[in-house]
Ligand binder design. Structure first.
Ligand code: SF4
Length: 504
């Protein structure tokens, strides 16, 4: 697109811009051959979103304007015609207007619902509804709803009384347009300016926003080649700006600076953490955390509810090797609120055996049964610590106990046996990794999953496919992945033991 071409800003593009300026830019000017195929998990989210919308549409009769895909002019005309006829509910219409500079703004509201009032059409007006699969009314949803409301106001010559969001489980939320219209207008102004200038926004890799982005491979390759600071754990976009203001643009320059310099723009704790992270990365070595002390252990106790009393040394109880240890990992299907695989690796030191138990619910109804099997197995070893990675397993145990009315004498004594290896790593050691995920940590130790390309989110898709197709090979992939997660947790825990030299 050249400068003299008209810009066309759709609600989709605005949403991309809100999430990442670079992404919106690449959607228009990027080389499409560098875009990856959507991941299975993204396709599943899209399919779930489509199903959710269909369920909302089906609540009452509606009409859909007929127009060729992405022909916005034709779509706007067909929608206008339905609005003029006083159609009660219009699904996936098109609203189009132009800015004074001639840039086109296009919104495709999920629903336009007729209400009493005066508009250009007569004694009625329309109110927009945006349908999203999210649980909470995120700012980005409100911005898109406000964008739609503004274009609708131009089309029907009166502001809609509100804009509605329909979220997961059909939770309805009214968007306060007085608040969100100015926010949206500012964003639209910035977005149009960025796109018009054709200046490629800088990369900033963030696990959360980049994870499902189809430009991830190309952005990540560039970030790697540039040794971009966003690959250093703890560097957020704001901190990145602050580091730049100090002239610190490389990991090495941060590693060589003083904590006092960093404290001029960052808080004391963040400055010390970041300095140590840069040193670990620059020197490619693990470093005992500078602030590993009683405060850290207390903080972990609050979140984990089960760590041992505070100490200024590594927690011996946590790291000591018991004769039997259990390594535990769950595969879940969030949209079904289901924990369908409770995997346990039993490590018996005296007999030098390791046995993996994949407690698998082949059908969602079997969740209670695998929960009972889990309880039987873990109570076969009443003194064995149960190691897991991050907090999900603890939350899941509590959920399952509540759901299936587990007697408290079976669940309460279990909780102090849980040991969160992730929490111990982040509390006690700084490592030269890009993130403290199990994948990154275990790979740094040289561990590799048998199916390198599989991820937890892909397992969610594989389980859905299993339910649809009955293809057992899918279950086998999930089982293998889960076992490798348990083994990676085992490897990481062993490494911690060696690192502190408190092992056997
Ligand atoms: S990978 Fe990340 S930085 Fe690159 S376009 Fe996507 S969201 Fe933006």
């Amino acid at each position: 697109m050249t400068n003299d071409k008209q810009l066309l800003l759709t609600d989709e593009l605005l949403l991309d811009y809100k999430r990442c300026r670079r992404r919106a830019f690449l959607e228009i000017y990027g080389d499409l051959s560098e875009q990856e195929q959507p991941q299975d998990f993204l396709l599943k989210l899209r399919q779930d979103s489509f199903t959710h919308k269909k369920a909302v549409f089906a609540l009452a009769p509606y009409q859909k304007p007929n127009y060729p895909d992405r022909d916005w002019e034709a779509g706007a005309q067909a929608t206008w015609s339905l609005m003029q006829q006083g159609t009660e509910r219009i699904s996936q219409g098109v609203l189009l207007t132009k800015t004074v500079e001639g840039q086109k703004l296009v919104s495709s509201p999920d629903l336009l619902v007729k209400q009493p009032g005066r508009s250009i059409f007569g004694d009625w007006l329309y109110v927009p509804t945006t349908i999203k699969l999210g649980k909470r009314p995120k700012p980005e949803y409100k911005i898109i709803a406000a964008f739609c409301a503004q274009i609708l106001a131009v089309v029907q010559k009166i502001w809609p009384t509100t804009a509605w969001l329909i979220l997961r489980r059909q939770k309805v939320h009214a968007v306060n347009l007085d608040i969100w219209i100015p926010v949206m207008q500012k964003l639209v102004g910035e977005c149009l300016e960025t796109l018009q200038q054709q200046k490629e926004p800088e990369i900033f890799i963030s696990r959360q926003k980049c994870g499902l982005c189809q430009w991830h491979s190309s952005c990540y390759a560039i970030a790697k080649s540039q040794k971009h600071l966003s690959l250093l754990p703890g560097v957020t976009p704001r901190r990145y700006q602050e580091l730049q203001s100090l002239g610190l643009t490389t990991v090495e320059s941060i590693a060589a600076t003083s904590v006092t310099t960093l404290e001029s723009v960052l808080s004391e704790k963040i400055a010390a953490d970041l300095l140590q992270q840069a040193q670990a990365t620059a020197q490619n070595r693990a470093i005992l955390r500078h602030n590993y002390n009683s405060l850290d252990v207390r903080e972990a106790t609050v979140s984990g509810e089960y760590l041992s009393p505070s100490t200024s040394e590594p927690d011996i109880n946590f790291f000591s090797t018991a004769d039997v240890e259990l390594y535990f990992d769950i595969e879940a299907e969030p949209s079904l609120k289901l924990d369908y695989l409770l995997g346990i690796l039993v490590v018996e030191r005296h007999s030098r055996t390791e046995k993996f138990y994949p407690l698998l619910a082949e059908k969602p109804i079997a969740e209670e049964s695998i929960w009972q099997q889990f309880l039987e197995l873990v109570w076969l070893y009443p003194d064995a610590p149960i190691f897991h990675f991050a907090s999900y397993e603890v939350e899941a145990l509590k959920r399952l106990a509540k759901l299936y009315h587990t007697p408290s004498q079976l669940i309460q004594p279990l909780l102090p046996r849980l040991r969160d290896v992730h929490q111990q790593v982040i509390n006690t050691v700084t490592l030269p990794v890009e993130s403290y995920s199990l994948k990154n940590l275990a790979r740094w130790l040289g561990f590799e999953w048998r199916d390198r390309e599989i991820s937890g989110s892909q397992c969610v898709c594989l389980y859905s496919q299993w339910l649809e197709t009955g293809n057992r090979s899918l279950l086998e992939i999930i089982r293998r992945y889960n076992e490798d997660d348990c083994r990676a947790t085992y490897r990481l825990k062993q490494w911690l033991v060696d690192f502190y030299q408190v092992g056997d």
